[in-house]
Design a protein around this ligand. Structure first.
Ligand code: ADP
Ligand code: ASP
Ligand code: MG
Length: 410
């Protein structure tokens, strides 16, 4: 007997037939004698619609009300799955974030989990009741509903697995594991049997949305055994199904580059002709931080005439807030103009082997040059190189890099 957490993403619960399929999978685990908690996402497309409604009413909407709206998608799926399980003869009960409770901080829209009270869930699981939890949501100290950021149901699942001391956390999605890159845009992508926490963390943080970044961070810190697998294939989760996220030393053959990711979620902003003196960067990025606009890549030009251009990227969703922040400091730093470009994509190559191999960045730049793709901004970390390019070249760039690093399936 094992205690397991199963998480099903949006496409896996997209309609009633798929919810029935999920219920059948849960039932199978129960019949194997396992204690099961299930975390569900909103039905595919629902969260996008809810987000869109909030933005249409007000681009700078109140984050607490945004959470009140977008958390509803998961409530529907949790209830539907509980009904479906009962229909299939399985004892089940749905739980919303506040009912567990899953407590978070007050950072609405991207809240972090602070604690989960698992005792009642464990008591129910021990009498063979399946706990069906609405992912993505929690409750703040002031009793308002919070959400954990897009893709946050992954984090709900891993946090729950840690709180319940589960033996496994199975993340069911619409692909059968983690690939060397998004298999939807590179048909030659290869499935990885194992990936290290660190590489998965880096890939997630640069856009491989198969797992939310925070979920990988939690899994790494809490030693949760996470497996990514498909809800559309029939195989029972065994040792060789899907992709297991593991410690680096469990991986025998380390590739220099293990994966490539892309993100179209960023917007580029250039603040033109600011004075080149101490305190300017602090003023710009201080104002952005105050507005909660997350900055990612940054470049500053050298100054020829005492002024300089500052270029950086923020998440597309943060663009209206960034604009507000920069407008407010215009008098302070006297920039000439603001340029915005939302037609950009960030392409990143990730691999722990980069620590010991030279030339990784150069391979990237050469492969992009060969396709005549211009690089606008570059950033690097110990195990990652990222470039910003025009969005129209995203697929071309990812495919070219996949080939250049020898990752193509044969
Ligand atoms: P869910 O709704 O189940 O949470 P997501 O859409 O959030 O699913 O994540 C799964 C998707 O992640 C896949 O359909 C795939 O297109 C995308 N993806 C991006 N990078 C990768 C990768 N390296 N390996 C597998 N899938 C990836
Ligand atoms: N429904 C939420 C989203 O679309 C959370 C999730 O699916 O993980 O972002
Ligand atoms: Mg997801």
């Amino acid at each position: 007997m094992a205690r397991i957490v199963m998480k099903f993403g949006g496409t896996s619960v997209a309609d009633l037939d798929r919810i029935r399929n999920v219920a059948a999978r849960v039932k199978r685990e129960v019949e194997h004698g396992n204690q099961v908690a299930v975390v569900v996402s909103a039905m595919s497309g629902v969260t996008n619609q809810l987000v869109k409604w909030c933005s249409e009413l007000s681009p700078l909407h109140d984050a607490r009300e945004y959470d009140a709206v977008v958390a509803t998608g998961e409530q529907v799926t949790a209830g539907l799955l509980a009904i479906c399980l009962q229909e299939q003869g399985v004892d089940a009960r749905s739980w919303q974030g506040w009912q567990i409770p899953l407590r978070t901080d007050t950072a609405h829209g991207k809240a972090r989990i602070q604690s989960i009270e698992g005792d009642e869930l464990i008591r129910r699981m021990e009498i063979n009741q399946v706990a069906v939890l609405a992912g993505f949501q929690g409750i703040a100290p002031d009793n308002r509903i919070t959400t954990l950021g897009r893709g946050g149901s992954d984090t709900s699942a891993v946090a729950l697995a840690a709180a319940l001391k589960a033996d496994r956390c199975d993340i069911y999605t619409d692909v059968d594991g983690v690939y060397t890159t998004d298999p939807r845009i590179v048909p030659k992508a290869r499935k990885l049997a194992k990936i290290s926490y660190e590489e998965m963390l880096e890939l997630a943080s640069v856009g491989a949305k198969v797992l939310q970044t925070r979920s990988v961070e939690l899994a790494m810190n809490e030693r949760v055994r996470v497996r990514v697998l498909s809800s559309f294939t029939d195989a029972l989760p065994g040792e060789d199904t899907g992709t297991l996220v593991v410690d680096e030393d469990e991986i025998v053959e380390k590739e220099t580059v293990s994966g490539i990711a892309y993100s179209r979620d960023e917007a580029k902003i250039t603040v033109r002709r600011v004075p080149d003196r101490p305190g300017i960067a602090a003023t710009i990025f201080g104002a952005l931080a105050e507005q909660n606009a997350n900055v990612d890549m940054i470049v500053q030009n050298i100054s020829a005439d005492g002024t300089t251009d500052m270029t950086f990227t923020v998440g597309k969703a943060d663009l209206p807030r960034a604009r507000t922040a920069l407008a407010a400091i215009r008098n302070q730093i006297n920039y000439a103009e603001l340029l915005e470009d939302t037609d950009v994509a960030k392409i990143s190559v990730v691999g722990v082997g980069m620590r010991s191999h030279a030339g990784v960045a150069n391979t990237m730049f050469s492969a992009l040059a060969e396709k005549a793709i211009n690089i606008q901004v570059i950033s690097t970390s110990e195990i990652k190189v990222s470039v910003l390019i025009a969005a129209e070249y995203t697929e071309l760039a990812v495919r070219a890099l996949h080939t250049a690093y020898g990752l193509d399936a044969v």
